[in-house]
Design a protein around this ligand. Structure first.
Ligand code: P61
Length: 459
């Protein structure tokens, strides 16, 4: 049987080639066994990330030619503002160069030193931007999210009891805001249900006067899961689902590099005039004028068009099903993956894949490097290297999830590429006992996973 049928045809292609086995061995060693340090030209199928790696449509490229490259008041800014209002329902929008620019502005303005920002699992840049102004990010995701085998349909949900406990222990005034991520990245691309969003907002905002800020980066993919899995939403258009979702928040940060099908861009958006005024006054310090925020006019046009385009049902159905297709090829051969298969990526459970390795030998980092060496497929570590060290004790933290992310860029690879990837991983699984672990030999201060280096340890 065929994989999911693409609702597009291909107009432009970019050649890729498989580097020789010898070159792959050299390349991964030159990169210190860190796939972030590989040269892109040494990669055959690049599943490092779905961020900024989408193929744009003819309509988006046409929009790029209509870039109004004015320092102030570019018409593309107003098109983007209108798209955010129409698709997400927020009145106010502040553009930024990408998601972390928006995270920076939001957290800097809302967090006081010593405050908490509870969130449904951490994300690397989001956590850092909470910690830089003196905050901490406790995890309030449901327990199911930490269990790769659990097939809960909305593993991204917030556990309200965990939130209540934090309020009982520290008092509501100690909480800067509640942060809710859509389609939770580190949990495996797992969605949050509408019911959960509604309840969190009622509890936080109505009962405790706490603000709710979304990380809406993958909100269109989350909306697809709501339509697919949540009773009562089967017949509701994606865009209406999105607007309802956002109505349960005070604002959001948004990396446009994912669901908006572009290579660069981001923004924050809000219903709250005060948040808007504060962040708009500060955007000019860190990003650029409030009508471009670090993006060129043409970039804003591509985001505006992509935000609308990325909510098309046929596209989202294909997108989510391509990810599932890869996942199911692996599940059929009993490869340990996070279930259910998420929106943007298939996550391998490295603890089960490489049970002979102790956590101190970084199983997920090891597996990610081994996959590249076997096939030229680039993936990403999402485990203890990504999690980093405890802020107070300085010790490594070993999270329950020690994963390798096979992230699917949007509209870029065919189902045959998925099959090639699955075959490599299945082959590797057969000889998993022969894969030696790694030791870290270089560790940078911030977001260490991007630049750390490793050497092989003898088996
Ligand atoms: C990714 F290895 N994600 O998934 P920016 N929120 C969320 C994201 O997924 C996200 C950002 C905010 C990336 C890129 C990346 O540890 C890493 O536009 C849910 O990348 O600034 C980004 O948005 C930040 C990869 C980021 C990483 C951090 O691949």
């Amino acid at each position: 049987m065929h994989g999911p049928v693409e609702p597009f045809k291909i107009k432009v292609v970019e050649p890729v080639k498989i580097p020789s086995e010898k070159r792959r061995q050299e390349a991964i060693r030159e990169a210190g066994f860190n796939t972030f340090l590989l040269l892109s030209e040494d990669v055959f199928i690049d599943l490092l990330t779905d961020s900024g790696t989408s193929a744009m449509s003819d309509n988006q490229w046409a929009g790029m030619m209509l870039g109004d490259e004015a320092y102030a008041g570019s018409k593309n800014f107003y098109n983007l503002e209108k798209a955010v209002q129409d698709v997400l329902g927020y009145k106010y929008m502040v553009p930024t160069h990408q998601g972390r620019g928006a995270e920076h502005l939001m957290s800097k303005n809302l967090i006081k030193p010593g405050q908490l920002v509870p969130r449904n699992m951490y994300f690397t840049t989001s956590k850092l931007h909470v910690e830089l102004p003196g905050g901490t990010m406790p995890d309030i995701i449901i327990d199911e999210a930490h269990d790769p085998e659990n097939t809960h349909p909305f593993k991204g949900n917030i556990d309200l009891n965990k939130l209540q406990k934090l309020i009982d222990e520290y008092g509501a005034e100690k909480i800067a805001y509640i942060n809710v991520e859509m389609d939770v990245n580190m949990a495996g691309g797992q969605p949050v249900s509408m019911e959960n969003l509604r309840k969190v907002y009622e509890f936080a905002n109505k009962e405790h006067k706490l603000k709710v800020i979304f990380d809406a980066t993958r909100s269109s993919e989350n909306a697809y899961f709501i339509k697919d899995r949540e009773k009562g939403y089967e017949d509701i258009p994606i865009i209406d689902i999105l607007r309802e979702m956002m109505s349960y928040s005070d604002g959001c940060i948004y990396s446009a590099k994912k669901d908006c099908l572009v290579n660069i861009g981001g923004f924050l958006a809000t219903h709250d005039k005060e948040i808007f005024e504060k962040t708009r006054s500060e955007v000019v310090v860190y990003e650029g004028l409030h009508t471009y925020g670090g993006m060129a006019g043409r970039d804003m046009e591509a985001v505006a068009r992509g935000l609308r385009e990325g909510t098309q049902y046929e596209y989202l159905k294909y997108r989510i099903n391509q990810t599932r297709y890869l996942g199911e090829l692996l599940i059929k051969e009993n490869i340990p993956v996070v279930k259910p298969i998420g929106g943007h990526a298939v996550f391998l459970n490295a603890l089960k894949f490489l049970p002979h390795l102790p956590r101190e030998q970084w199983p997920a980092q090891t597996l990610s490097a081994a996959i590249y060496e076997d096939s030229g497929v680039r993936s990403m570590e999402r485990g203890a290297v990504s999690k980093g060290r405890d802020k107070i004790t300085g010790e490594n933290i070993f999270p329950k999830l020690e994963l390798v992310r096979l992230t699917i860029p949007r509209r870029v690879y065919t189902n045959t590429h998925m099959e090639y990837t699955a075959e490599s991983i299945i082959r590797l699984y057969e000889r998993k006992d022969t894969i030696p672990g790694l030791k870290m030999v270089h560790e940078p201060k911030y977001l260490r996973f991007f630049q750390s280096r490793f050497e092989q340890v003898n088996l």
